[in-house]
Design a protein around this ligand. Structure first.
Ligand code: FES
Ligand code: FES
Length: 217
């Protein structure tokens, strides 16, 4: 009968002999795969936007270092490309050390590493493992300012003050190195520290006073 021929057949009729339920399941499975494939580029773009690859890589690339900063031991995990300046400012919040040029040209970032002055923007933090770092925060003894800090205040060795931490760290090193015997020598050995406010004459006077005062720096 024609009516009977229109009823769903209970005999295998689909491709590969599938019943209608199986055929439906196969269709749904295939649709899901196609949907996932269609969505994959979006997910990849999203991941790229979030810089997920970089973040995962950074997590695996952490290096352990141990630094003595201003008399305090710090055990840290850092990215190998972190500069000493960024470590001090961003991770340890020692923001007295300033970032001026970030290219080794202004001296605002000067700190002492094992007693030597260093532009911390050019020094990789991983290379300082086991070393003693002194920043401007570590120069004073409690409430007693370092003689160079006192002299800068007395001689108005700053205006805006942005270069001042670097100037003071360099000035201390300049005397320790034995390069503060004349105005010319001081200017020469302080030439790596730029002051946009032009406080140079007062800075030289401050350094001369500390040098001539014979105080221990
Ligand atoms: S910030 Fe390091 S030299 Fe300028
Ligand atoms: S005091 Fe302003 S840059 Fe030196």
């Amino acid at each position: 009968m024609a009516f009977e021929n229109n009823l769903p057949s209970s005999t295998p009729s689909g491709e590969g002999g599938q019943c209608p339920h199986e055929a439906r399941r196969t269709f749904l499975k295939q649709s899901s795969i196609l949907t996932a494939l269609a969505l994959a580029p979006t997910a990849a773009i999203k991941a790229a936007e979030l810089k997920l690859e970089e973040k995962v890589a950074a997590a695996f690339e952490q290096v352990k270092v141990s630094l003595n900063i201003n008399g305090k031991k710090h055990k840290l995990s850092i990215e190998p490309r972190t500069t000493l300046l960024d470590l001090l400012r961003e991770q340890l919040h020692l923001t007295g050390t300033k970032k001026g040029c970030d290219y080794g040209q202004c001296g605002a970032c000067t700190v002492h590493v094992d007693g030597q002055r260093v532009n911390s923007c050019l020094a990789l933090a991983v290379m300082q493992d086991g070393k003693e770092i002194t920043t401007i925060e570590g120069l004073a003894k409690g409430d007693d300012l370092h003689p160079m800090q006192e002299a800068f205040i007395k001689h108005d060795g700053f205006q805006c003050g942005y270069c001042t931490p670097g100037q003071i760290m360099s000035a201390v090193a300049c005397i320790r190195e034995g390069h503060a015997d004349s105005d010319e020598e001081i200017r020469e050995f302080m030439s790596g520290n730029i002051c946009r406010c032009g406080a140079y004459p007062n800075i030289v006077n401050a350094i001369k006073e500390v040098k001539n005062g014979g105080q221990r720096v």
